[in-house]
Design a protein around this ligand. Structure first.
Ligand SMILES: [Ca+2]
Length: 226
């Protein structure tokens, strides 16, 4: 029986130690948010340039990340018409609330004059009440290459499920305005950050300590026999 307890204590100690190492090395980090849907106040000019192509990772280099490049294929982009001006908004639904880190925007990369120039970002948890994350900012014109880099903007750990991108100008095209891709990274807001980071460490350290204490108790019991 004592042999069994001793083996169990050793196993608990070892498991706790390994878990401590693993969890300490992997704290919660912002990850690319998948399954994002988007609507356009100006709609899309046709199915080939549907707003869907803004978040479906079409045209991005693999593996997809905010550091991916986007190709110059028109069917991998979104375009709207300029009725009433080169302005409108895009509302991104992240599917649930996130503590947001950054947004990566790949400007329209075919006829580069169609690319968005000035834009701002608002955030919301309910798609009703929005607050500004940052005001009017310039998105650089793309280079028209097949390996166009994203432009990254800080979302300042804003907690939101909905992001509204308001665009107010383009780079001169009189008919169309568009973007190639928009991606976000963040941490799901359902988990409290300190819990996400610390609980596995606390749990595994507790396991480690329990193993040590059990071994110590067994050693004491052995000594008292003499
Ligand atoms: Ca795309």
């Amino acid at each position: 029986m004592k042999q069994l307890i001793s083996t169990l204590a050793k196993t608990i100690t070892f498991t706790g130690f390994i878990a401590s190492v693993i969890f300490a090395a992997n704290p919660a980090q912002a990850v690319l948010i998948s399954g994002v849907s988007v609507t356009s106040s100006k709609g899309s000019i046709d199915a080939n340039n549907d707003v869907y192509h803004l978040t479906d990772q079409s045209g991005l280099s693999l593996p997809v990340s905010l550091g991916s490049t986007h190709d110059a294929v028109s069917n991998n982009t979104w375009l709207s018409n300029n009725a009433g001006g080169a302005s409108g908004n895009l509302v991104f639904n992240l599917g649930q609330s996130y503590v947001l880190n950054q947004v990566g925007i790949w400007n329209y990369n075919g006829t580069t004059a169609r690319g968005v120039q000035d834009f701002s970002i608002d955030a919301s948890t309910d798609n009703i009440s929005y607050s500004s994350v940052f005001g009017t900012t310039t998105l650089n014109q793309s280079g028209g290459t097949s390996t166009e880099a994203s432009q990254l903007f800080n979302l300042n750990t804003t907690t939101a499920q909905y992001i509204r991108l308001n665009y107010t100008s383009n780079y001169g095209d009189g008919t169309f305005t568009g973007l190639s891709e928009v991606q976000f990274d963040g941490v799901a807001a359902t988990a409290v950050p300190w819990e996400t980071d610390a609980l596995p460490i606390i749990g595994s350290t507790g396991l480690f300590t329990l193993g040590i204490l059990t071994k110590r108790k067994l050693a004491k019991a052995k000594l008292s026999q003499f």
